[in-house]
Design a protein around this ligand. Structure first.
Ligand SMILES: Nc1nc2c(ncn2[C@@H]2O[C@H](COP(=O)(O)OP(=O)(O)OP(=O)(O)O)[C@@H](O)[C@H]2O)c(=O)[nH]1
Ligand SMILES: [Zn+2]
Length: 191
């Protein structure tokens, strides 16, 4: 996120392991260019997984407002960077989040913040999609939630099957987005 400087304490637990990886790769961890790499990698990994330390309640705070609005609210094209739990390589793309309020609305910026909580950890795309939808159902108690994630997986691009143009699309529909076909279609059309 825009205010996401590399946070998360460097405890030093990971850096020695990275030194081991460098040696295992046949590199010389003592050469000048690599001297600070273990600490850099630890700091970077702590940032890329800082979602473990965040809760949805903290992210939303008190930004829930009583409002008699019963139409669909969509925040689309939320950029997302996550890491696949199988290869620890990035997957990244866009998240589209919609909900229909039930007496209260949420501060719009909180929707990308909820995405960050679940993206910034080791993930599979399906679980990320489901977790964002479930969390919003729990906290907003809306009429329904729809979440669509479109992502490219580096583990399918720079290694493995090496497909450069495939996108994976996942969705999670809750409440009226699941029960009412017209609502679901309106959401998908507005994307
Ligand atoms: N369902 C799902 N699979 C994922 C995701 N990210 C990576 N994968 C897949 O996880 C699978 C792991 O398969 P394995 O056969 O255990 O690992 P692998 O030998 O490295 O597989 P290849 O990538 O096919 O070389 C691969 O098919 C990946 O494409 C994800 O977000 N969701
Ligand atoms: Zn992977």
């Amino acid at each position: 996120m825009a205010d996401g400087t590399e946070q998360g304490g460097v405890t030093g637990e990971i850096a020695p392991l990275v030194r081991g990886i460098l040696a295992g790769l046949g590199e010389n961890p003592e050469r000048e260019g690599l001297l600070k790499t273990p600490e850099r990698v630890e700091k970077s990994l702590r940032f890329l997984t800082h979602g473990y330390g965040l809760t949805v309640q903290d992210a939303i705070g008190d930004a829930l407002f009583e409002e008699d609005h019963h139409n669909m609210v969509i925040v689309r094209d939320i950029e997302m960077y996550s890491m696949c739990e199988h290869h620890m390589l990035p997957f990244f793309g866009k998240v589209h989040v919609a909900y229909i309020p039930n007496g209260r609305i949420v501060g719009l910026s909180k929707l990308p913040r909820v995405v960050e909580i679940f993206a910034r950890r080791l993930q599979v795309q399906e679980r990320l999609t489901e977790q964002v939808a479930s969390a919003l159902m729990d906290v907003l108690e809306p009429q329904g939630v729809g979440v669509v994630v479109e992502a490219a997986h580096l583990c399918m691009m720079m290694r493995g099957v090496e497909k450069q143009n495939s996108k994976t699309v996942t969705s999670a529909m809750k409440g009226v987005f699941l029960d009412d076909r017209a609502t679901r279609e309106e959401f998908l059309r507005l994307l």
